[in-house]
Design a protein around this ligand. Structure first.
Ligand SMILES: [Zn+2]
Length: 290
């Protein structure tokens, strides 16, 4: 081998070694979707499954020490019930049930949006197991989206425990999650937790990647209190309203590509039937130039 070739190979190897092993984009956060689940306090395990009963592990969860149990319970509200709700272990100080907004409507209950563990004054629910049932006066919540991370991640992202950030998830239906709470602990693995409603809203599947945006960098922030209350649509200021179309044929494709609401065509322009349908669907009007 000549000297030049050796240098070239060494250079390439060094180049490879210099690269990060995981090719995640900068500020990337893996997203995990939490389905409805139950955390139980020890006494409730015994009421639901029998005296002396202990939860058995079905699979490990991504956060160290946490597991999905083999055991499930039925949860019941005034309107209906949901069967086979997974119990997550290990046992906790107080029983907590986490459902989605959709579940809450089905059950006929009104749980508050809360951070896990903060159940003071939350909603009541009934749990039914094979050996008995438990009614809790509080403990039913809709979990606030959050990101688990280790202190090294927090340093890298420039965030602190308890801070709220925005996470953008680009996909078929791109969405941003605002007011995502940062939770820093030595034992945590970097992961964002959202519920099934949030995941469905953005076509997000298990293991999707989001991008952490510091709230100061985000275009605007919404206080937590106003979340889920109002949905407003905004029209860009100064956006042109009409589009002057000059070609001979207006197709459906043209209609969907034109962002203006009103399409003005020449007298002789041919408009396809599909173009008219598309315009109707998109709430656009096609008018002839006078
Ligand atoms: Zn979590």
């Amino acid at each position: 081998m000549n000297q030049q070739l050796i240098e070239q190979i060494v250079g390439e190897i060094l180049g490879q070694l210099g690269k990060a092993p995981v090719q995640l984009p900068e500020r990337a956060v893996p997203i995990a979707v939490s389905a409805r689940h139950v955390h139980l306090q020890p006494e409730h395990v015994e009421v639901l499954f029998g005296t002396g009963y202990e939860l058995t592990q079905r699979s490990e969860l991504s956060q160290p020490g946490q597991f999905a149990a083999n055991e499930t319970v039925m949860i019941a509200g005034p309107k209906s019930s949901i069967e086979r709700v997974r119990i997550l272990g290990p046992v906790r100080k107080a029983t907590q049930v986490e459902v989605s907004f959709t579940d809450a409507m089905k059950l006929g209950v009104k749980p508050p949006l809360r951070e896990s563990g903060n159940i003071e004054g939350s909603a009541p629910i009934t749990l039914i197991g094979p050996k008995g049932s438990v009614h809790i006066n509080q403990g039913l919540i809709i979990a606030q989206a959050h990101i688990h991370m280790a202190p090294t991640d927090a340093t890298r992202f420039g965030v602190e425990d308890g801070e709220y950030v925005t996470v953008e998830a680009d996909g078929m239906r791109s969405i941003s999650f605002r007011n995502v709470r940062i939770r820093v602990n030595e034992r945590y693995r970097l992961e964002m937790h959202i519920d099934t409603d949030e995941a469905n809203a953005g076509f997000i599947s298990q293991g999707s990647i989001g991008r952490l945006v510091k709230s100061d960098d985000a275009k605007e922030t919404v206080p937590v209190q106003t979340m889920m209350k109002t949905v407003t649509t905004t029209t860009p200021v100064n956006a042109p309203v009409t589009f002057e179309f000059t070609k001979k044929l207006l197709s459906a494709e043209d209609v969907s590509e034109i962002s203006e609401k009103e399409i003005v065509i020449n007298k002789g322009t041919i408009v396809t039937a599909l173009a008219r349908d598309t315009a109707r669907e998109l709430g656009k009007t096609i008018s002839s130039r006078k």
